[in-house]
Design a protein around this ligand. Sequence first.
Ligand code: ADP
Length: 601
Amino acid sequence: MSSNRKGYIASISGPVVIAKGIPDIKMGEVVYVGNEELLGEVVRVMQDSFAVQVYEDTSGLKPKEPVIATGKLLVAELGPGLMAQTFDGIQRPLKNIEELVGPFIKRGVKVNPLPRNKKWHFIPKVEKGAKVSSGDIIGVVPETPLVEHRIMVPIGVSGTVVEVVPEGDYTIEDPVLVIENNGKRQELTMKQEWPVRQARPYKERLTSEVPLLIGQRIIDTFFPIAKGGAGAIPGGFGTGKTVTLHKVSMYSDSQIVVYIGCGERGNEIAEMLKEFPELTDPKSGRPIIERSIVIANTSNMPVSAREASIYMGVTIAEYYRDQGYDVTLIADSTSRWAEALREIAGRLGELPVERGYPAYLPDKIAEFYERGGRVLALGQPERSGSVTVLGAVSPPGGDYNEPVTIHTLRFVGTMWALDTDLAYRRHFPAINWLKSFSQYADIVEKWWVKNVSPEFPKYRKKALRLLTVASEIEAIASVVGEGALPDDQRLILLTSEIIKEGFLRQTALTGEDVFCKPEKQYWLLKLMMDFFDKSYELIRRRVSIEEISKLPEIYEMMRVKEDERGLAAVKELYDRVMSKLDEIAKRHGVTIGVTAEEVVA
Ligand code: ADP
């Protein structure tokens, strides 16, 4: 395509510009719009005109100003220098946070996403004469103290290595390898590009049986997500979406986090960015920013760039997946993204279907979540990587019965349902245990059985069942009063209180309870469920619930999660609770041994 394909603006409607004069314009092509050369992308091609969504503020644009076609698709620039960076939706690096809250980001400025003059220490991994093709690792670069960047042969490129640079410092534009294919020489650098709207290819899709551990009990134990899975976290304003997603970026055992702050207020994202460099990775003690990339697109930036930021983020995540990493991609919030789609569709005069959203909303949502997954990457050496996708959904008024929430739930494997009532009562994380689900629970159970305890699945199922039964009893108790209930039902209520307070409730702030290791999660649950079983046996043998509920250990079960001694404290309490119950049995001359499986089985 020739580079001087030039047209002109016919009309302007918010972020959408109708242009004319480039007959061979292509769908998805990047164009520069107006005298200031604002970046835009062709979203519709008509008989003698085309529509462009402009990624920058269009105020001041006038008809007849020029439109220049580039012949290129919207791409992400990939290479060393991505890590620890903050970009806007079209990958312009945001050097300082003030840009986020300022009235406008400067328009029409063309800046390189990755620094051109910075030198990286390249260590070659192939030799002269080797045959290389798509995805092969040709060298590595220590990108940050936490991430080794693996330089890959770009997709679709192959040949025989005729020259390799020695280990040393190079910029991303210096050739590091020369290959030859059918007599044609090609220089490879550390930089490559990929069109953001296309999923990057891989060898094979793999199933994932490994959980992404977050250290939050309600998630890891009850509603887990597998590495490479997709999850949604819907919740009304102030229910804790952002706090939960921060927990995931800090504590989850993924190696890399790509965080897309999409359409949220500038000062919220700015606050997060100020916090980020201060947070340290609990495993390495290094700042977590060294393994994170932030795409920030605030509510004061143009809506179309919000749309692009989602694709930009997912493409960068896939690029690190292909290097062999477990990547977590977080989008907060996908509702703001969907609103951007709605606005653009409206400007294009598309027929709205549900609540103003275009008919292709479900396809777009599916496309986004489907870019998650665990894969065998292309190229040598053989390696697998994953992208776990987590999207916050902010349904207006907390009403889940709206298009974005409904369609999202069709395409994700887990949902952490945030609950306004719980948040109001300051029960955090405010994830509702009766409404949330996880299709990964059965799959990752194998990991728990192998790494924690063969008894884990039994305790998990029983506890969930007990919580459900308890909610039914609570409804009755609210009418007749708890005192009118039989003792076995009161024991169920007591145990569910212990689980809610001592297990489900967990601080996001500081101290021992911020991150709960899998083994401690298991022992806490075992403590509570074995307490239930044993107490149930006593009650069946006419011991009164009062005698059990006045044990001081009840309170301790609710607090032991915070004990600085960690797992040791839980095990110690376990022994004490069991022997206290044995003492009661002895006092009443009863023997216990039969389990209470039938109550909650
Ligand atoms: P959202 O993003 O859903 O609007 P936030 O994540 O900003 O909500 O949470 C709102 C407030 O709720 C926080 O400022 C914090 O005070 C409280 N909060 C949320 N989650 C937790 C948690 N896990 N532990 C303690 N407080 C929490």
